[in-house]
Design a protein around this ligand. Sequence first.
Ligand code: GP9
Ligand code: MN
Length: 439
Amino acid sequence: TPEDLNTVENYVQKHYAEPDPKYYGIAKGRNVIYIHLESFQQFLIDYKLKDENGVDHEVTPFLNSLFHSKETFAFDNFFHQVKAGKTSDAETLMENSFFGLTQGSLFVQNGGKNTFQAAPSILDQKGGYTSAVFHGNAGTFWNRNETYKHLGYDYFFDQSYFNVNKDNSFQYGLHDKYFFNQSIEYLEHIQQPFYAKFITVSNHYPYTQFKDDDEGFPIAKTDDDTINGYFATANYLDQAVKEFFDYLKATGVYQNSMIVLYGDHYGISNSRNPDLAPLLGKQKETWSSYDNAMLQRVPYMIVLPGQDKGYVNHTFGGEVDNLPTMLHLLGIDSSKFLQLGQDMLSPKHNNLVAFRNNGNYVAKDYTVYNDRIYRTDTGEEITNPTPETKALVDSYKEKTEEQLNISDKLTRGDLLRFYDKDGLKPVNPDNYAYNHGYK
Ligand code: GP9
Ligand code: MN
């Protein structure tokens, strides 16, 4: 209803965090390349796995170098916010700055029918960008082949565009090195500036893809094989990303691009985390809900080749915050868009992260997870909160629930179909077809 749209508009206005002028537009006109790091958690960054001889093996040396580079805005308190839609929820959040659904996947349930004002369409209309997604799995997975038309993606290179055989793939599709390598021939034909997203798969559960150690990385020795293989698949992904960067550098595309890397969601589930604890210098017995909450951190890195202002930023944020951040770097005003997140580089960012489960959140000072309250900095549990603390955590609870409720209003009511104050033309999904060959 129109009143619902009003409620959403008011929320967005109140919540808008204006860009820091230092960073606004510094990536204007560049190509935008997203690298979706499948199931990749922040704890892998700078992590070294000990083999049976006590020798340390750096798991992701290339991603670590990006994390510490002066070319990169890196974030170490960035959380995934997905629920049952997993990868597709992460895409929903990153592309739209609103949340997936309380149950199931928004891509599956609404992707083929709702109106969106997503990144591909915004970049097309505000910056003349051509957009493409690359993914080495079947295009129907998560209903991507329909949803991408509604998001306004010009091209979707799914599995049917790649040479996939039993030696270079597994149940989720083409392995990452082959994937990037084969994607390049398509990327080269896409008009610049482009907005291109690469969705990797090799670091996907069950992490047994490189069990025989064929990539030369050690397998951990816990009681849980899912944990054991996770490091080797992450190392493979790291190598694949490095090879892709080498290609970008060799062709000169690198200097003219902004590259955003993000982990979509956890790879090791909470039920397995106690077995992971010893590898993180913690004890299985004392593993807490706080520890689980902190393990929902995923990488978020924005690489701007040629710049030297990069640093590790400690702002608490999540996937919902990506789109305004990215738009502001490109010099695109986001204040009229119905986006629910906040620019991660804005001094006005509120440092509050809603998980998709109502009532769970991380704020700069307090974290609430499974109804327990913790100090965010130390993990100390607060069992008897003072009235001040109680008021604070209640206000965080209210704010995070408000953000989720607004998101549900927006998506369930398909409210973007009524919204025209940002001057965007609606996407016509019939203009898109992803069969072999160009549109
Ligand atoms: C499938 C891949 C994995 O194509 O993106 O999705 P997930 O299982 O992580 O949701
Ligand atoms: Mn995923």
